[in-house]
Design a protein around this ligand. Structure first.
Ligand SMILES: Nc1ncnc2c1ncn2[C@@H]1O[C@H](COP(=O)(O)OP(=O)(O)OP(=O)(O)O)[C@@H](O)[C@H]1O
Ligand SMILES: [Mg+2]
Length: 422
């Protein structure tokens, strides 16, 4: 390391579910430990009411699950590109703009990375999905601008971006021996992102890779959407989703949709929402489900339920079913969720993911047979149905699994070194 010119550039993968910070130094570990010896910090904030302080990551999840009073916020990245980003949320009795909430979390990433690296970071390459927002370029640009504004506000002097699936490619490239045409498949918590890129050891540190990137693409589908579908198909019906009103119309779906969506769970607890549900109850034929919903709201157990659903989804990557214990809500209540139900519930989403890969190949003018390698990264690439269906599109390519939670952050750190120097 050259002490005369200390590295002041890092890469940050601010993920929907997990975040990492990387600092590239040849021969040393790139990703910086952020919590409990681990290189990821779950993208979660918990406002502990009693102690009037925010906590982050695994500790935040732990405090929430231990029943500390407070407010849990997950899937913060989903705020970018949503209408909520312009609004406030109420925490610890004051109005907190969602933008400031993002600033708190990314500021925490910066602080922890600096503490462990023993130096300040002034420049950052932030990862971004290929589309923050599908099919709306202005909104997409606004999301990136918001993230840049947040990063500057917490103290970064230079802020630039790289597509997450390009960053993952640079990480993979650091370990290959000959030129390959690679399809990068990054399926995370919020988005599925792809790049088709020519990689070669001798081009690894070139500044301009424009000609090597044949195409990038993506779609706003990720693990949180799979959680949502599993919840709606398998769990929410127990809580009144799909109930009939006395008029025979279906009960409005918005409450259950919000409850099944990580970043809108808290909205179901609002007074307005509870009042509306309360008056609706009189018009519902069978109130068993909605009464359970009231119990769940009373316990503020929405995130707990969503975590059970997520844990089930993950277990279904190797098991055929999981019995989910809901006795916390009602004595002896449980539900058996099967892999078959899960796969059926996400079938439409998988078709859209495959469609996005097709579109990418078409855009690049590359035939399936020309792709040498498919590189999988991102937590949701662990879902067998998803991986198999994408892999089956390129049967002759080699299939490689990257560091599913670390590839993007490592690649962003490589990019930061190229852009800002060592
Ligand atoms: N074994 C597994 N099988 C299925 N899904 C998994 C598994 N392990 C983790 N996941 C899911 O992966 C997602 C998190 O992946 P990852 O950390 O790559 O996302 P992210 O980088 O935070 O999100 P994004 O890149 O979309 O912003 C979560 O939805 C989680 O439930
Ligand atoms: Mg990611």
């Amino acid at each position: 390391m050259n002490h005369a010119s200390p590295a002041r550039a890092c890469g940050i993968d601010f993920g929907t579910s997990n975040s990492t910070v990387g600092w590239h130094r040849p021969g040393e570990e790139t990703l910086i430990v952020l919590e409990d010896g681990k290189i990821t910090l779950p993208s979660v904030v918990f406002f502990n009411i009693e102690e009037r302080r925010p906590v982050y990551g695994r500790l935040a999840l732990h405090e929430y699950l231990e029943g500390y009073e407070g407010r849990l916020m997950r899937s913060l990245k989903s705020l970018l590109g949503s209408k909520l980003i312009k609004h406030d949320t109420s925490v610890l009795g004051t109005a907190l703009p969602f933008k400031d909430l993002l600033g708190m979390f990314i500021g925490e990433l910066k602080k922890r990375a600096e503490a462990n690296a023993g130096r300040a970071f002034e420049q950052v390459v932030l990862g971004r999905p290929v589309h923050f927002v599908d099919d709306d370029q202005a909104a997409d640009q606004e999301a990136e601008d918001t993230l840049a504004e947040v990063a500057r506000k917490i103290g970064f002097k230079d802020v630039s971006f790289q597509y997450e699936p390009i960053a993952a490619a640079y990480d993979y490239e650091s370990g290959i021996e000959r030129e390959e045409l690679v399809l990068i498949v990054d399926i995370g918590g919020g988005t599925s992102d792809f790049s088709l890129i020519r990689l070669a050891p001798e081009r690894h540190m070139l500044d301009d890779r424009h000609d090597d990137i044949l195409a990038t693409g993506g779609v706003h589908i990720g693990g949180t959407d799979f959680d949502k579908q599993l919840s709606l198909q398998g769990v929410m019906p127990l809580f009144g989703y799909g109930s009939r009103m006395k008029s025979q119309a279906l009960m409005p779906t918005s409450y259950h949709l919000n409850l099944a969506t990580w970043h809108t769970i808290n909205s179901v607890y609002s007074q307005k929402s509870q009042l509306a549900l309360g008056s609706m109850r009189y018009d519902i034929e069978d109130t068993l489900g909605i009464d359970r919903l009231f119990k769940l709201i009373d316990q503020r157990a929405g995130h707990w339920l969503a975590m059970e659903v997520e844990a089930t989804k993950i277990e279904l990557t190797h098991a055929d079913n999981r019995l989910v214990d809901l006795s916390r809500i009602e004595k002896d209540l449980h539900v058996d969720l099967t892999r078959a139900l899960f796969e059926a519930s996400i079938d439409n989403l998988l078709e859209r993911v495959r469609g996005s890969v097709d579109e990418l190949l078409l855009k690049a003018g590359v035939s399936v047979g020309q792709v040498d390698t498919v590189f999988f990264t991102g937590g949701s690439s662990g879902i067998p149905a998803l991986r198999q269906s994408v892999a089956a599109m390129l049967p002759n390519a080699r299939h490689v699994e990257g560091n599913i939670f670390g590839s993007i952050g490592s690649g962003l750190a490589i990019e930061a070194r190229k852009r800002y120097g060592a």
